[in-house]
Design a protein around this ligand. Structure first.
Ligand code: G
Ligand code: G
Ligand code: NA
Ligand code: MN
Length: 252
């Protein structure tokens, strides 16, 4: 309850801010877009990641208001990052899909901020798809029709198959970083086989794959060898404030 009150205060004090992490093409390391990741700029404790407050924000329902605040900032602070192309990706709490007009509200926000729908991507988790599949599919379909694409986050951590996932308008699959962690090590074979299978099935279903959590050159090489082109991870860039990527030696 204490944290819940603190979160409410932090929201009103503007202490939640987006950091941006590049998603890249691994062959030439060019940036395809950025994922907006929430951070709490705590006045005493410093910069806090989602692990420290997201569970309470979800349980209490505060995540809804926090997310809307984040989406607005992701659009305004993120706009200069995609001025020359690429996308900004935002994380959608499963809670939003209980509102049939979620897509309308999101499109309204894009109109208000002048952010092009084609430059926005949304990330949903497997758990979201299991809630009310028909309602989720309808919302995702209307967003796609308006130009907003959707990605499945953390694929492989839940129990859904790609054939189930394929019923939804999801064009991107993000392979969870637990599979990438093993690459370039002795027990790489199992994860490599799984990633390879996901890649080939995704390709046949006209979906594209992003590898999460790429930290080493060995992992990059292993992924490129099996035909995985896109990735996100510390090897290419940590989550940073938008201004970092706009600096003369930045990438935007
Ligand atoms: O850095 P990282 O610890 O930033 O993020 C952990 C998880 O928190 C991510 O996998 C993502 O699903 C979630 N997350 C990050 N930013 C947001 C956000 O703005 N809203 C929601 N709902 N989840 C987020
Ligand atoms: O949405 P999701 O949970 O996938 O968010 C990505 C999370 O993974 C964020 O918390 C981000 O800070 C973290 N992350 C991004 N790149 C790396 C990486 O290369 N290694 C590790 N360990 N974590 C990463
Ligand atoms: Na995400
Ligand atoms: Mn993820």
């Amino acid at each position: 309850l204490e944290l819940e009150l603190a979160l409410r205060n932090a929201l009103h004090a503007g202490e939640f801010v987006p950091y941006f992490q590049p998603i890249v093409r691994m062959d030439d390391r060019s940036t395809l877009g950025y994922e907006a990741l929430i951070r709490w700029q705590h006045p005493v404790r410093g910069l806090l990641g989602p692990g420290e407050f997201l569970p309470v924000a979800e349980e209490s329902g505060l995540i809804e208001a926090i997310d809307w605040h984040m989406y607005r900032l992701a659009c305004t602070a993120g706009a200069p990052l995609v001025a020359k192309g690429g996308f900004i990706s935002i994380n959608i709490s499963p809670r939003h899909f209980q509102y049939e007009d979620f897509d309308q509200r999101l499109l309204e926000l894009l109109r208000e901020t002048g952010f092009a729908p084609e430059r926005l991507r949304i990330e949903v988790t497997e758990g979201t798809l299991l809630g009310d599949p028909d309602a989720v599919a309808r919302i995702l379909e209307r967003l796609q029709a308006a130009g907003v694409s959707a990605a499945l986050d953390d694929f492989g951590t839940g129990y859904s198959s790609l054939s189930y996932v394929h019923r939804f308008p999801l064009k991107k699959i993000k392979i969870d970083r637990s599979f990438i962690r093993d690459l370039g090590q002795e027990n790489a074979q199992r994860s490599l086989a799984i990633i390879h299978a996901v890649l080939s099935l995704a390709r046949s279903l006209d979906m594209s794959v992003v590898a999460e959590g790429v930290e080493t050159e060995a992992q990059r090489q292993a992924l490129l060898e099996i035909g995985c082109q896109r990735a996100q991870g510390f090897l290419f860039g940590r989550p940073q404030p938008a201004a970092y990527w706009l600096e003369p030696d930045g990438k935007a």
